[in-house]
Design a protein around this ligand. Structure first.
Ligand code: BG6
Length: 468
């Protein structure tokens, strides 16, 4: 294939996400000698080719890509997608593969689709969409209806970059390539599961975007829900994309409806992160604006099926928390009859811990006899991780972009998964929309509002401390 054969039309090419994740991934692919061209569309940050190329060089200044060389493959256009008179400089050659990569605010999705209508349908096009697609269920379904006028479902790639992370994929390998876990993987042996995605960053340069979105739409409806599906799904019959997606969607369909009573939403106040003072959320959005947007969520999810009945899944995520980390903790039940004298005091320390970031690891926590007393035990951790044996591991966005170019949808979210996830969070979003009640406050640099601790305490459980 010559490099003319694959073209990415990148909308939102000068946004925050583009700078942080997408351009570095594109540059990595160029370094790996994947051949494709990029036609980038940006808005106000870059009015001319020169200012765009300067911005891009600066964005990638620490990246090993030979910028001058590969910039020849990147064409830039400054456009206003809301201008009805706009004609996009796009020419779709029938023989080529075209990817429309859309990293825009959800309110621009419909106008963009209207602009694309001129060129479509086209059998060799795919559209990759960043989340959130829509603001709540009815809006999301309406965008979906617009999409389906132009693309068939197998051309629509809804991206959730958590699905592209190596350890997330390794959950499937660990669960379904080994027989030793399957017998314990159910309500008989598992007490509960915790999934935490904690960030120390605030909302950075995304105030306007974030204030319209909040943590439930930004992190729960997609990343956390997808992690839950991978932990809870039944074994698929094969690694065929549809077989895997079929099992993920069954979990979503079995979720017990989410109720506000099981959700804690918080918003950060000023505080300290790693010794540095940081402003509160309200000081980070345009002056004088009041806002009930949540920057923290903790919730209890339950799955109504034989495997998981009665096993709570506690999910939490937040900005400006004590530490950056992403962890899935599978907490097993205690032995039915403890015979070591101090074991009851520990509770159960049989845990399987998947750590996705900052470093990737998998650990099992078990008891062993203490050195000085054969009647006592202590918890120890065994690491299943073997980073030294792994080769270079592509970043999530790099892997997903490559899959989109190749036409492999496995790590993308299918329409039914995506709409079920919306359906699950929608009643809570509606309730918040109708209420004046503000989110609970928490200080930056902590683990969120105390109500999040109470959510577990009322069931005599505690959150894992990822630093412990
Ligand atoms: C994005 C969210 O999807 O994920 C951001 O929009 C969040 O708000 C980011 O910061 C976290 O991703 P990662 O890979 O850095 O954990």
């Amino acid at each position: 294939m010559s490099h003319q054969d694959r073209v990415i039309y990148f909308f939102g090419a000068t946004g925050d996400l583009a700078g942080h994740k997408i351009w570095p991934a594109i540059a990595n692919l160029f370094v790996r000698q994947e051949s494709f061209r990029v036609v980038a569309f940006g808005g106000k940050q870059a009015q001319s080719d020169d200012s765009f190329y300067d911005w891009l060089k600066n964005t990638l200044k620490d990246h090993p890509v030979q910028t001058e060389q590969w910039l020849e493959q990147v064409e830039f256009h400054s456009v206003d997608l809301l201008d009805p008179a706009l004609e996009l400089p796009i020419q779709l050659d029938a023989a080529d593969i075209h990817i429309f990569y859309v990293a825009l605010s959800t309110h621009i999705y419909r106008p963009l689709l209207e602009r694309l209508r001129t060129f479509l349908p086209h059998p060799k096009c795919r559209i990759v969409l960043e989340k959130p697609i829509g603001t709540q269920l009815d809006d999301a379904l309406d965008i979906q209806a617009h999409l389906r006028q132009l693309f068939s479902e197998d051309q629509i790639y809804r991206i959730d970059h958590y699905l592209g992370k190596w350890t997330v994929q390794n959950v499937l390998a660990l669960r379904f390539a080994n027989s030793i876990f399957e017998h314990q993987w159910n309500q008989k042996y598992i007490d509960h599961i915790q999934i935490s995605i904690a960030e120390t960053l605030g909302i950075e340069n995304r105030a306007v975007f974030y204030d319209n979105i909040g943590a439930l739409r930004d992190m729960v409806q997609n990343h956390l829900v997808q992690l839950l599906c991978l932990i809870a799904m039944e074994p698929p019959a094969s690694l065929n994309p549809e077989a895997i997606r079929d099992e993920r969607v069954k979990v979503l369909r079995a979720l017990k409806p989410l109720v506000n009573h099981n959700v804690v939403r918080g918003q950060y106040l000023a505080g300290h992160i790693k010794g540095e003072a940081v402003p509160g959320y309200l000081e980070s959005i345009p002056k004088g604006k009041s806002s009930n947007t949540e920057t923290f969520i903790a919730l209890k999810a339950e799955i109504n099926n034989w495997r998981w009945a009665g096993v709570p899944f506690y999910l939490r995520t937040g900005k400006r928390l004590a530490t950056k980390c992403c962890e899935i903790v599978v907490q097993f039940k205690s032995v039915p009859h403890p015979i070591f004298k101090n074991q009851a005091a520990f509770g159960s320390h049989n845990r399987l811990i998947f750590r996705l970031q900052p470093e990737e690891s998998i650990k099992i926590e078990i008891f062993e006899q203490t050195n000085d007393n054969r009647r006592s035990v202590r918890p120890i951790q065994l690491s299943l991780d073997a980073p030294n044996f792994r080769g270079p591991n592509p970043d999530a966005y790099e892997r997903l972009l490559l899959d989109a170019l190749k036409g492999d949808p496995t790590l993308f979210v299918r329409e039914d998964e995506w709409s079920e996830a919306w359906r699950w969070v929608d009643p809570v979003l509606r309730e918040w929309g109708e209420s004046e009640a503000p989110p609970y406050a928490y200080q930056a640099g902590t683990w969120g509002p105390t109500e999040s601790i109470n959510l577990l305490a009322r069931e005599r459980r505690t959150w894992e401390d990822p630093n412990a």
